[in-house]
Design a protein around this ligand. Structure first.
Ligand code: ADP
Ligand code: ADP
Length: 227
């Protein structure tokens, strides 16, 4: 059973740049998957299309049984998305940011509050719940992005370069958190990275992308034995 299935995905940006040249990719349910590649390879474009933040030129994307062309709302319900840029309201309080997000998924208020509490506690942000988000440190903002992405308990968590520019201590604790989520809740994790080390230490399967093409798509074991 695939959590994500991408077929022949192409993206030509409006300036004519072909960022994805017809890529295909499957991610199994329960996998911990890395899309590894250098800057400009097409990683963010791929995740952007999967999470419908970026339009595609052609190709198919299915999230579990839901095609994003025909079942977009259901497809989006399955996903928690952590983009690279902080994009929450800087003046809103931490707790409210997470609860508001739950509202977008139609989660009743009481349940939204409970879920927000659960994830803010897990991510060590509960004592900051009444603080405006702009007053948080960079590391706390990262964790807030993750709490917000998880509030509707998605089956897939997508993270775009989650540890870029993050200090080693926070990087380790984010790795631990993602591992736990994958192992204990069975959440499928898909992340992009340009650190081989990160893909290597965390992920079960890895696809390598460069210049809009998939160069390899394999288990970590096989990949490393071929290097
Ligand atoms: P779409 O095809 O998804 O509608 P566009 O091609 O219109 O996207 O571009 C979206 C935005 O990204 C534009 O404001 C554009 O200026 C900006 N942009 C252009 N080139 C780049 C680039 N190389 N990297 C990141 N953003 C860019
Ligand atoms: P990665 O995430 O692997 O660094 P991206 O998906 O951000 O790569 O970008 C892939 C390619 O598409 C790059 O050459 C980038 O400059 C270009 N690109 C990204 N966004 C836009 C845009 N909005 N308009 C035009 N080109 C873009």
């Amino acid at each position: 059973n695939n959590a994500l299935s991408i077929q022949g995905l192409r993206k030509v940006y409006s300036n004519g740049h072909e960022a994805l040249k017809g890529i295909s990719l499957d991610v199994e349910q329960g996998d911990f998957f890395a899309l590894l590649g250098p800057n400009g390879a097409g990683k963010s474009t791929t995740l952007g299309i999967v999470s419908s933040l970026v339009s595609k030129t052609s190709g198919r994307v299915k999230i579990f049984d839901y095609d994003i062309d025909t079942d977009l709302v259901k497809a989006k319900m399955q996903l928690g998305v952590v983009p690279q840029e902080f994009n929450f309201n800087q003046f809103e309080k931490v707790f409210d940011i997470v609860v508001t997000q739950a509202g977008y998924y139609g989660i009743p208020a009481e349940q939204a509050k409970q879920s927000a509490e659960k994830y803010l506690k897990k991510l060590g942000l509960w004592d900051k719940r009444d603080v405006a988000s702009r007053l948080l440190s960079g590391g706390m903002k990262r964790r807030l992005m993750i709490a917000r992405a998880l509030v509707h308990e998605p089956r897939i968590l997508i993270l775009d370069e989650p540890t870029a520019g993050v200090d080693i201590e926070l990087r380790r604790s984010m790795w631990e958190f993602m591992k736990e989520l994958n192992e204990q809740q069975g959440t499928t994790i898909i992340l992009t990275t340009h650190y081989l080390e990160e893909a290597e230490s965390l992920c079960r399967n890895i696809a390598i992308i460069d210049q809009g093409k998939i160069l390899a798509n394999t288990s970590k074991k096989k990949l490393l034995s071929n290097l």
